[in-house]
Design a protein around this ligand. Sequence first.
Ligand code: ZN
Length: 411
Amino acid sequence: MELECAVQKYAWGVRGFASSVAQLAKAMQPELEVTDDQPFAELWMGTHPSGPSIIKGSGEALLDYIKRQPGVLGFPVIEKFGEHLPFLFKVLSVNQALSIQAHPTKSHAEELHSARPDVYKDPNHKPEMTIALTPFQALCGFRPGQEIARHIRELPELKEVVGEEAATNFTENPGEETLKKCFSNMMQASPETISSALTQLLERFSKMDSGEGSELLRELFVRLHEKYPGDVGCFSIYLLNYLTLQPGEAMYLGPNVIHAYLLGDCIECMACSDNVVRAGLTPKYQDVTTLIEMLDYSMGPAEARKFEGFKMDNYTILYNPPVPDFAVDMIEVPTGVEQYTLRPVESASILLVVEGGAGVAEASPSAPGDAPSPPSTLQRGSVLFLAAGQSLTLRPHSDSQLLAFRALCVL
Ligand SMILES: [Zn+2]
């Protein structure tokens, strides 16, 4: 069944047709108006009430169809998660940094939700998987100890916000406890301390020649400060890994891993939850004490934050995180391949075509009930819902490679 999916126009999104979200959504819904002054931040594929997908042809919400035909989810999914789709699949186009955040474990989410249901609206965990569509910049996890120590030594402004004693303790003995003290001092520094340190560092950078200061992340610091003046999050880049994923590279954000998306377009898949603990680079509600206590303070290189996929066959790489809620197939079929069959899986799945197109030779078995039949052709922006056990045989068009992503569960 083909889906029509919701677009979220958050202010941090890329504007107009430069946004992958706008390009894909326009291809999916030709009547969608795309103007250069509007941000197109996210495309949502799934049943989340804030942006539910609709079945093309029947106009029924995917959520309602699944309620009527829960069997399409697959028995192992129903047994594990009940009668609902356990993941939300997205495309993101990020034009400015999103908040520094982490997501709780399942049991911590239950605690947070029962104590403060107004802030933590559901009791579920929210692991996330990110696969780059364009070079994609992010902050993720704490840097190796030597790098943090070097930044503390070379940046008196940073030393000021983490505090003299904590800074010395860390540089002499870089470990998780000394790092936690530095991070919590920084996040809880007074607004006066933060603002004076930010001003000093900006002044120092402004006196440098162009091209200087790259080892001190000058360009990134200035860029963040332009959008979030006075925000302590600008200093977080000296403690956190700064990495760029190349198209097709992935990152898995398990519980308690600190991260922030900075720039670029990506595919994202996550468990169904809205539980985000934020601190820094955001005007939204910040829960600094919860974040400080929950974080994983292990340190390591940026490269180690990349998540390796598993080659299923010549054309499909499976990114399978250590949670049952979701996994993502990246399907890349070069030109000249006449036919390719997407394997049947034991869960429902959602397929998004990002590049190229294909004829649909066969979908078997057909979806149960009164579901509309699949379209005869898939193109850039096509989104298909596949019932558990359904396979799909494609005849890729010869003019371009076929690039598609498929969210599923591996149980
Ligand atoms: Zn996140």
